[in-house]
Each structure stands twice: as structure tokens, then as C-alpha cells.
Design a protein around this ligand. Structure first.
Ligand code: NAD
Ligand code: DAO
Ligand code: ZN
Length: 369
């Protein structure tokens, strides 16, 4: 079938809106009509060329929501009409990783997904017979896409697509980092570096679990108001701190953070996030994705004296199990989404979503089809 898509032909160039050919779903695959998709920092990272795994030409997008239109042979858990959220971290419930409660990194289709291909090693997308690659196994910048069954979470059909698409990445990553990875306890003091689409969700996750001090750190003072609405108790702009930022954060938290979260992707900030943690027990969670070849460093004594460094992907969430629950949290008013969706636009204007992100003017832009 012909579909409408934003195609990334090469790194550093704007996306082009084109008619693309999409093959139907093969065995254990599902055809989904994408109704809405968020535009995330990670799409921009890949489009910029900084992503070492970025492949072109491809159809980017990994934060979508839509409706199942057709299922391939062997699909048992979904049927036409089901409302779904695509999962860039799938959940097969059968691989060594899915069977280990310590991780959410299902490896069932990892190698082909990383090559921009479906599990059988081919792509469903093409333009005039030339192959176009999938991206993160999701490719939500198209009005129809094909995904493996294990990469789809079935969700409440009453939930609005243009809001719950954000649960496909930003919301789950931020809240999940608090709930699943750090397991923040009530009364904890938390420091969040970067108050963008991820950091704001860490803030609301920390509020949800009953954290005490929730300190937000950002060089853009324009992020303060929304962060306060979502639960931030103290704001720190590093540009306005006289003296050492780490010492200032240790002071505010009365000895250091019980948990800190790096939601930017800068190694020097990752170091600050570790070192502002409380001696003896503070844990720092890396969420931000740094550029190719970058490395983190600290004095080993920071770890010897009880601080620890951890990382998280997709908030440690097991998508098919956890994403439907997070949709229900939204429907029940336990978490907020609407206030973070600052812009909504048609596919034709998707490049504007990237511009708004780079200019720091948006939290989340959502494309509706
Ligand atoms: P964003 O651009 O919306 O937010 C980043 C924020 O950091 C901005 O508000 C910016 O002003 C602030 N900032 C920049 N430099 C700073 C500094 N030196 N000190 C303090 N604040 C600073 O980005 P986002 O969408 O929230 O994504 C954040 C990171 O998370 C990215 O690296 C993204 O790739 C990554 N990410 C990781 C996962 C995962 O599963 N681990 C999932 C999604 C996104
Ligand atoms: O299993 O090796 C693996 C890869 C898992 C990919 C996790 C990606 C998380 C960070 C990228 C940001 C996503 C938007
Ligand atoms: Zn698995």
C-alpha cells in the first residue's frame, strides 16, 4: 500500500514528506495506522548524524499511538481495531533477558532492529523499489507502519492518541526511571538535571512516589514554571550559582541527593549528578544519551564512599506489561501529560517540531495524522 511518511534520506538534512510503499504484515507482524506521534530528542540525535547506530534512508519516529488494521499469520495477542502504543524496547516474555527480573532489555529482535529491519531481515518500506529502513523497530513518522507483535502494547481504547503517544517514550522513560530503576522511596531527596521532555517526567514520577525535596537543575529558566507545576520544589540555574554547583546541591539536599537523574546526555553533567549524591548511599541514574565516543569520569573514591552510578533505558519498563498501566495512570489523573504537549501539528510541518526543540521552545511536539 501507499503511505504518507516523513523520510530521513541523510544525516543533517530536513525530513521530506513523501509517498512510500509499505508491504503488509508477515508472520508475527502487525499493520498499525499511526494516529499521532511525538517528536523526541532521540529522533533529532539520529537525524543529526551524531548517533553511531543511525542508518539512512529511514523513517524515524518512536513515540506513537495508533490502531491495529491487520495482523499477520501467527499473531494471537492483537486483532484489528485494538489501540496500541509501539515499543522500541519490545517484550517477548520468553528470551533470557525477559526471564530475568533485573532487566527490561528484551533481546528477541535486537540484532535486526538495530539494522533497521524486521525480524526476518527485510524492510517493509520502499520508494520506487529502493529499500527504506525502519527505525527503532517503530517508524512512527508514517501514517501506517508494520511492527512485530512483541513490540506493541495494547491500551485503553478511550485514551486520546495525541496525548498517550508520549507514553511511547518520554513519559515512561522519566517516570519509569523513578519507579522501576531507582525505586525512589517516599521522603527521598531527588535532584533532576535537565527539565526537558524526560526530566519533567522524572519530576512528576518523584512527586507521585512521595519524594521530599525535588530539585530541578536547568540552564534555561523558561523550564522552571512547568517543572514547579509538576512537583519541583527547588530550582537551580547553574549559570546563576556562585561557586561550585555540586556543593550547592549538596547543601540544598542537606548532605546530598538520595537519587539524582541526568536527563541531558552530557558527560560533564553526569559527573555532577554522581557527585551531588549523598555519601554512603546516593544513587545517580543516567538517562541522557551522550554523543558517539564520549566517556564519563569521576574520582573512584566517589564510588568507594558509597555513591553508585546506574543507567536506564525506557525507564526500565517492560512495555507490554507496564505501558497499559501508565495509560491508566493518565486516564485516572495520577499523572499529567497535556501540559507538556506544547505543540501539535500535521505531518507536513514535522521539520518545525525539530526547530522548536533545538530552539528550546517546546517540551513535546506531537504530529497528528
Ligand atoms: P530536552 O532537550 O527536551 O531537554 C534537555 C534539557 O537539558 C533542556 O531543558 C536544556 O535546557 C537542559 N540542559 C542542557 N544543558 C544543560 C546543562 N549543562 N545543565 C543543565 N541543564 C542543561 O531533551 P529530552 O527529550 O528531555 O531528552 C534528554 C536526554 O534523554 C537525551 O539525551 C535523550 O536522547 C535521552 N533519552 C534517553 C532515553 C532512555 O531510555 N535512556 C529515552 C529517551 C530520551
Ligand atoms: O538492547 O542493546 C539493547 C538496546 C536497547 C535500546 C535502548 C535505547 C534507550 C536509549 C535510547 C533513547 C530512546 C528514545
Ligand atoms: Zn524478550
Amino acid at each position: 500500500m501507499d503511505v504518507r511518511a516523513a523520510v530521513a534520506h541523510k544525516a543533517g538534512a530536513p525530513l521530506t514528506i513523501e509517498t512510500v510503499q509499505l508491504e503488509g504484515p508477515k508472520e508475527f507482524e502487525v499493520l498499525v495506522e499511526i494516529m499521532a506521534t511525538g517528536v523526541c530528542h532521540t529522533d533529532a540525535f539520529t537525524l543529526s548524524g551524531a548517533d553511531p547506530e543511525g542508518l539512512f534512508p529511514a523513517i524515524l519516529g518512536h513515540e506513537g499511538a495508533g490502531i491495529v488494521r491487520e495482523v499477520g499469520k501467527g499473531v494471537t495477542s492483537l486483532k484489528a481495531g485494538d489501540h496500541v502504543i509501539p515499543l522500541y524496547t519490545p517484550e517477548c516474555r520468553n528470551c533470557e533477558y525477559c526471564l530475568n527480573p533485573k532487566t527490561n532489555l528484551c533481546q528477541a529482535i535486537r540484532s535486526t532492529q538495530g539494522q533497521g529491519l524486521m525480524p526476518d531481515g527485510t524492510s517493509r518500506f520502499s520508494i520506487n523499489g529502493e529499500r527504506v529502513l525502519h527505525y527503532m523497530g517503530t517508524s512512527t513518522f508514517a501514517n501506517f507502519t508494520v511492527l512485530p507483535e512483541i513490540a506493541l502494547a495494547k491500551v485503553n481504547p478511550d485514551a486520546p492518541f495525541d496525548k498517550i503517544c508520549y507514553i511511547g517514550c518520554g513519559v515512561t522513560t522519566g517516570i519509569g526511571a523513578v519507579v522501576n530503576t531507582a525505586k525512589v522511596e517516599p521522603g527521598s531527596n531527588v535532584v533532576v538535571f535537565g527539565l526537558g521532555g524526560i526530566g519533567l517526567n522524572v519530576i512528576q514520577g518523584a512527586r507521585m512516589v512521595g519524594a521530599d525535596k525535588i530539585v530541578g537543575v536547568d540552564i534555561n529558566p523558561g523550564k522552571r514554571e512547568l517543572a514547579e507545576r509538576l512537583g519541583m520544589t527547588h530550582f537551580v540555574n547553574p549559570k546563576e550559582v556562585e561557586g561550585d554547583l555540586v556543593a550547592h546541591l549538596v547543601d540544598i539536599t542537606g548532605g546530598g541527593a538520595d537519587y539524582s537523574f541526568e536527563c541531558i546526555g552530557k558527560p560533564q553533567v553526569m559527573r555532577q549528578a554522581l557527585e551531588c549524591c549523598h555519601k554512603g548511599w546516593g544513587e545517580s541514574i543516567i538517562i541522557g544519551v551522550a554523543g558517539a565516543g564520549e566517556e564519563i569520569s569521576t574520582r573512584p573514591f566517589q564510588l568507594v564512599t558509597g555513591r553508585s552510578w546506574r543507567g536506564t533505558a525506557f525507564g526500565g519498563a517492560r512495555g507490554r506489561t507496564d505501558v497499559p498501566k501508565i495509560v491508566e495512570w493518565y486516564m485516572d489523573g495520577k499523572i499529567e501529560i497535556d501540559c507538556m504537549i506544547t505543540h501539535t501539528m500535521p505531518l507536513e510541518e514535522i521539520n518545525n517540531a525539530f526547530d522548536l526543540m533545538h530552539e528550546g521552545k517546546s517540551i513535546r511536539s506531537v504530529v497528528t495524522f
